[in-house]
Design a protein around this ligand. Sequence first.
Ligand code: IPE
Ligand code: IPE
Ligand code: MG
Length: 251
Amino acid sequence: MFKNLWNNSNKEISYNINKDCVPNHIAIIMDGNGRWATERTLPRSAGHRAGVEALRDVIKTASNIGVKYLTLYAFSTENWKRPESEVSLLMKLLIEYLRKEVKELHKNNVRINVIGDIKQFQDEVIEEVNKAINKTKNNTGLCVSIALNYGGRLEIVNAIKHIAENSKNGAIEIEDINESLVSSFLYTKNIPDPELLIRTSGEIRISNFLLWQCAYSEFWFTDIYWPDFTGEHLIKAISDYQNRSRRFGGI
Ligand code: IPE
Ligand code: IPE
Ligand code: MG
């Protein structure tokens, strides 16, 4: 049984998963907003709006069952290829989401974090993101990392540049470069690797998400489009994860 920690309710919720081995970190590629809308003869923007709505239940469920880190792929370094109008709509929805939801998230002890290079975004977006990060920075509950202008390869390239600079000025010896040092130069430096990576919408690919961090993650794919994804689907993914045998190269 899990306590419903939101809305000050003490109601116990039962989920068919083992409470003692809930993944610490779940990463989600939230895909399929466009197709969700097209199937309903709606504009793609309606899919993105519905996608934002889906976040509430998923974040709440993750928090209730004791997930520590939830990383959500919201905008990739490749998504700039989309029409300008769609990119600006996505930015607008991000601002709206933060303005509307941060209060409730803060109340529920959620910490908001961003991974990715947001310098390329407009000032208004950067401001809203920084406000959310600052407001929630001392919270000790679920850490929600939003991946914005995130690309796994860019992240690794940036890490290599920083390590090279440090090596050039003598702060790092080549012998000291190891996996944990590389990890410490990534956006996710204080976050453990995800045990579970979920992708919605039926695409079976990683699309440049958390390339380094997913080295040993369990992958869970579903045909469900992101706007239809709920806390119950998250529980199903965790339940399947709990039946996997993770060997890490051993026997
Ligand atoms: C995911 O949905 C949202 C973002 C990538 C921002 P899509 O917009 O990729 O939806 P599909 O894949 O076209 O259906
Ligand atoms: C991945 O989805 C990026 C996000 C969910 C933000 P895409 O829809 O951009 O990925 P591809 O193009 O299908 O690989
Ligand atoms: Mg897509």
